[in-house]
Design a protein around this ligand. Structure first.
Ligand code: NAD
Length: 296
């Protein structure tokens, strides 16, 4: 079997075109332009790239963006005051604090300060809790991107065995909860899981988010499985690779996402979606067609 390769860039492009139209409709029907505020503390090089990508994606979609940069030694109180200002600003529909934060700032206190109605990263405990009950307003962007990719490729989720390798709060755990909400049977593995292969071989859908190059080799994958590789690893020669032996596993899977060009482009796309959704909620539009739908 040779897997079909998911073109995450093309899916992201298609969704962003749809989102541009949604923004235009919000502006023309309600006079509301969605707005995203991104707060960056310090000068972490990777964070600067991520933030730039988010701002550029907003511009391309018609979303107003505001980038707030604070010095690495800014006191926590200054960051909290900035969040309070953005929470109160009616033109801002999404507030995102780029992680990681400098060590003198308590991440949880910062994330909990963001209004749950503007928590477009989905990291506030209210939205994290909503993942348990299937009523989160803003699903976290990377797991949401995985779900959208599966939906776009018309992969049946209900009743299938899903194995998630990786149990972090931002990828592994929420991905597992979201797919369980779609009636999959889910196992979560992590670095202390004994004999990883005995779990991965059960997977109809295998989602890998461990940050370990070549962790998943063909012997660990069922013939015909769907394999989603979330990992992003930089090899010593500078190349970017995922967690899956792509060539080997592609010869056995039915569908596989590459790195780069798979889940990556979807993450920012779902941030755009969450920001537009926040603005729509503000004007009373509640779209429940995607299974999300807690009234504003
Ligand atoms: P993390 O380090 O917070 O968590 C990694 C998880 O993988 C942990 O639960 C750990 O126990 C598990 N793990 C580590 N080694 C393992 C092993 N040998 N076997 C089984 N499990 C193992 O990382 P994260 O933030 O969840 O990110 C995971 C990967 O996804 C990273 O490569 C990261 O760069 C990538 N990522 C990609 C996107 C995207 O947009 N595509 C977004 C976020 C993270």
């Amino acid at each position: 079997m040779t897997a079909r390769i998911i073109d995450g860039k093309a899916v992201a492009r298609k969704l962003r075109a749809e989102y541009r139209v949604r923004v235009q409709q919000l502006v023309s029907a309600h006079g509301v332009q969605p707005g995203l505020a991104v707060v960056l503390v310090g000068d972490n090089a990777a964070s600067q790239v991520y933030v730039r990508n988010k701002v550029r994606a907003c511009e391309e979609t018609g979303i107003r963006s505001e980038l707030i940069t604070l010095p690495a030694d800014a006191p926590e109180s200054r960051l909290l005051a900035e969040i309070d200002r953005l929470n109160a600003d009616p033109g801002t529909h999404g507030v995102l604090v780029q992680l990681p934060l400098p060590p003198h700032i308590a991440m949880r206190r910062v994330l909990e300060r963001i209004s749950v109605d503007k928590d477009v990263d989905g990291f506030h405990l209210y939205n994290v809790g909503g993942l348990m009950t299937g009523t989160t307003v803003f699903p976290p962007c990377t797991p949401f991107g995985v779900q959208k990719l599966l939906e776009h490729e018309k992969v049946q989720i209900a009743g299938r065995n899903v194995v998630v390798v990786g149990a972090s709060n931002i990828v592994g755990k929420p991905t597992a909860m979201m797919l369980m909400q779609r009636d999959a049977t889910v196992a979560i593995c992590h670095k202390l899981t004994r004999d990883l292969a005995q779990f991965t071989l059960l997977a109809d859908i295998l989602v890998v988010a461990a940050g370990v190059p070549n962790l998943i080799v063909p012997q660990m994958v069922r013939t015909g499985a769907v394999v989603i590789d979330v990992g992003i690893n930089r090899l010593p020669d500078g190349r970017i690779t995922g967690d899956v032996d792509f060539a080997g596993v592609a010869a056995k899977a039915s569908l596989i996402s590459p790195v780069p060009g798979g889940v990556g482009p979807m993450t920012v796309t779902m941030l755009l979606f969450n920001t537009i959704r926040s603005a729509e909620r503000r004007v009373g539009i509640v779209d429940v067609s995607d299974g999300l739908g807690v009234p504003a």
